[in-house]
Design a protein around this ligand. Structure first.
Ligand SMILES: Nc1nc2c(ncn2[C@@H]2O[C@H](COP(=O)(O)OP(=O)(O)OP(=O)(O)O)[C@@H](O)[C@H]2O)c(=O)[nH]1
Ligand SMILES: [Mg+2]
Length: 190
């Protein structure tokens, strides 16, 4: 896959949308940047860190000159000064609400802990948006195989029995990569 870094933006300098976009949203440190790297098969394209709060701007990656993956700052990390967190939230909200080329949204949740209260807010907000919406349960490699089905059932119950499409993923093993790409391609053609 041919991938090009388009740049880092805030709500005040977003580029004109040239291709359909799919954005990745989720709590700080959940693995958004790692997810993008795994999807495009490039180890260090999006910068990752074991410390939350790594991605601070809206970062765009053009894939095969046909779609753009958008890496967003994380939400919910108390270790970032409040003014900074507000700016990120404003950037995210503005981008998601107003971006005409935004075709689909992927919410990442940590398979071990999803959903925290803030995740439930995100699910409700994103569902109301009316665009194709996928839940990716990441870090699945950290859940013991024997606990996977149980965890999945708990998650399904906790998000209120809503029929939200979800895919288990691991940036470490590549689990779910093919399924995520299939979902992206379907949602772009929808
Ligand atoms: N084991 C495992 N570790 C992961 C996985 N995905 C991400 N990580 C690790 O989790 C940490 C955070 O990953 P990032 O991709 O930087 O997370 P992020 O959501 O972009 O974080 P912010 O930009 O700070 O919001 C890093 O140490 C990653 O190596 C996964 O699927 N499995
Ligand atoms: Mg990041």
């Amino acid at each position: 896959m041919e991938v090009e870094f388009l740049g880092s933006f805030t709500r005040s300098n977003l580029p004109a949308g040239e291709y359909p976009e799919v954005c990745i949203i989720g709590r700080s440190n959940v693995g958004k940047s790692s997810f993008i790297n795994k999807l495009v098969g490039r180890r260090n394209l999006a910068r990752t860190s074991s410390t939350p709060g790594k991605t601070r701007t809206i970062n765009m990656y053009v894939c095969d000159r046909r779609l753009v993956l958008v890496d967003l700052p994380g939400f919910g990390y108390a270790g970032v000064p409040q003014a900074e967190r507000r700016r990120w939230a404003a950037d995210i909200e503005h981008y998601i609400r107003s971006r005409e080329t935004l075709q689909a949204v992927i919410l990442l949740g940590d398979m071990r802990h999803f959903p925290l209260a803030i995740d439930i807010d995100a699910v409700e907000w994103l569902e109301a948006l009316g665009k194709p919406f996928l839940l990716v349960l990441t870090k699945a490699d950290k859940v013991k195989a024997s606990g996977l089905a149980r965890r999945q059932a708990d998650i399904d119950g906790l998000i209120g029995g809503k029929a939200i499409e979800s895919i288990r993923f691991s940036a470490k093993t590549g689990l779910g990569k093919k399924e995520v790409w299939n979902w992206i391609m379907r949602s772009l053609n929808a």
